[in-house]
Design a protein around this ligand. Structure first.
Ligand code: ATP
Length: 255
């Protein structure tokens, strides 16, 4: 299964953010998007999450051009994609209820759709396990705690667990560890690798190049209004093809 942006351009008003960008993620791999603040990483993730239609180009899921499908079909695709925003945005309830949020939404779907989805993702009865997801991020002992009382790092971990509990095929993470200390960062990065090993395709947008090196199988470099290169992570860092990539990696390019 592959989610793919092909020759995509997008902007806001008259401002073009990027032009002719292509990127894919397949189940069982981690792809990092690196680039400076404001370059359009979140914008690209929103397109991949099927929240917004690109101005030009196509987004395809499993080979289907998503924005040419009827809305119902597009929603089916969207439900197979989890997204964790930069801001954890938990609501005032227990950790367990927050982590189970996506599951409850899914349970509110009509039985026919739920059954179809359960078959699609191989679930017994259409429910995943929020507590198991919380274990993955080391928060099993906090399930009954109020989300408001969590530290920033713990809140980010709950937001991650919420997306994981939903059992997505593709998980999109927007700066998942910005503002987190090394311990919380390590927990999230470990959870990313576990998700990949379970067969989930993960895209991580990050300005932290070390993070890309630690978790990503492939890395895309978004600079200016284009992806300069996308390849195996070691190749991009150790032998960049584009001189601007090298300058960015070496900290010589200031945007
Ligand atoms: N809803 C919007 N309306 C207008 N402009 C927007 C909107 N969202 C983003 N932008 C602009 O688009 C550009 C790309 O923003 P985006 O958030 O995608 O970048 P980013 O690489 O994710 O940045 P950061 O790492 O700081 O989050 C920025 O110039 C931003 O101001």
């Amino acid at each position: 299964m592959t989610l793919e942006a092909t020759d995509v351009s997008h902007g806001y008003g008259n401002e073009t953010v990027f032009d002719g960008v292509s990127l894919s993620v397949s189940t069982g791999e981690v792809v990092a998007i690196i680039g400076p603040s404001g370059v359009g990483k979140s914008t690209l993730l929103r397109l991949l999450a099927l929240f917004d239609a690109p101005d030009r180009g196509t987004i395809s899921y499993d080979g289907e051009d998503v924005w040419r499908q009827p809305e119902g079909r597009r929603l089916e695709h969207r439900r197979r994609i989890g997204m964790v925003f930069q801001d954890a945005s938990l609501f005032d309830a227990s950790v367990r209820r927050n982590a189970a949020y996506g599951l409850r939404v899914r349970q509110s779907w009509p039985e026919r759709i739920r059954h179809g989805f359960a078959q699609l993702v191989g679930e017994q009865n259409g429910t995943g396990d929020a507590v198991e997801a919380l274990e993955t991020v080391g928060l099993a002992d906090k399930v009954d705690q109020d989300a408001d009382s969590l530290s920033g790092g713990e809140a980010q971990r709950v937001a991650f667990a919420r997306a994981l509990a939903y059992d997505p095929e593709i998980l999109l993470l927007d700066e998942p560890t910005s503002d987190l200390d090394p311990r919380n960062t390590a927990v999230i990065e470990d959870a990313v690798l576990q998700a990949r090993d379970r067969g989930i395709g993960v895209v991580v947008a990050t300005h932290d190049m070390h993070q890309a090196r630690r978790v990503a199988d492939r890395t895309a470099v978004l600079l200016g209004d284009e992806i300069l290169e996308v390849d195996r992570t070691e190749r991009v860092f150790d032998d960049p093809r584009d001189d601007r990539t090298r300058q960015f990696i070496d900290g010589e390019l200031i945007y």
